[in-house]
Design a protein around this ligand. Sequence first.
Ligand code: 13P
Ligand code: SF4
Length: 354
Amino acid sequence: SPSDPGLVERARAAKEKLGSKVFVLGHHYQRDEVIQFADVTGDSFKLARDAAARPEAEYIVFCGVHFMAESADILTTDDQKVVLPDLAAGCSMADMATAEQVAECWDVLTEAGVADATVPVSYMNSSADIKAFTGKHGGTICTSSNARRALDWAFEQGEKVLFLPDQHLGRNTAVRDMGMSLDDCVLYNPHKPNGGLTAQELRDAKMILWRGHCSVHGRFSLDSVNDVRERIPGVNVLVHPECRHEVVAAADYVGSTEYIIKTLEAAPAGSKWAIGTELNLVRRLANRFADEGKEIVFLDKTVCFCSTMNRIDLPHLVWTLESLAEGNLVNRIQVDRETESFAKLALERMLALP
Ligand code: 13P
Ligand code: SF4
């Protein structure tokens, strides 16, 4: 979408005034009008590393969602300020696991006699509280680009994994990438007594999956895949692992946003692709590769943007940069010290994965 020239100029001027004091990170799902001002773009893993690698920047403006800004705050120095241009940019998946619910789940596992053998693995898409719980109980964080390595590590530490909060990433990694069976996985429902599971079911399971999901990726269906294969003969189906298991099982390629981009960069001219991930990214890729003769379509036209990612728009970015340039610290995301210390343990375990 063409962005307002007046706002573009104001964002540029404010950023120039701030100079090296500001570093702007942009997740791949951000709007074009925002991405044009990002100093780096990336998937969740790359952005966490990039945030940690900029100790000279006083302000880290995170164009993404709340859990990403929290993670950046945890990984940056105490003097650095992480700013989220719209505080309402949350993530519905991250909200599906609260600290109280996860503490209760741990009690259920303890009652069933399996907590000692269980290692928590939490997806980056979770609150700092959940990351702290994970760190405290000897677990690690993972993203969609290292979930396999995180699970391999976790199964060296214990017999079972409690995977939070995305059931799909957990199931897809265990079954598609590691050869476990669907029967090795059970679903823990935080809204039911004992998670809706018996002690025996918990004892038999290898993967205890939290009942969370992404509201955007959850809308792609097996029909989406079948329809696009019928419509476009020879199409390659490439999806994000937050999609449901039957979608991932029917796809040709599966991976994080960064993986999706790399795969399309390496694709030959004339190839055809249907992409199952957020729409801002798919549109940008379709435009970028059109000249190279790569045909890129959205896997299912009924699926739309991630509404919370989209909350960060050019007006919010302009307001943020101008406020910072005037010495006005707005929308700081700051994790309290105790939470930070345990969450950092879990994030550092992820960064140390082979
Ligand atoms: P990645 O960029 O790590 O693939 O994550 C996708 C996502 O849903 C972020 O919210
Ligand atoms: Fe959360 Fe899904 Fe949006 Fe990512 S795409 S921020 S997981 S709701």
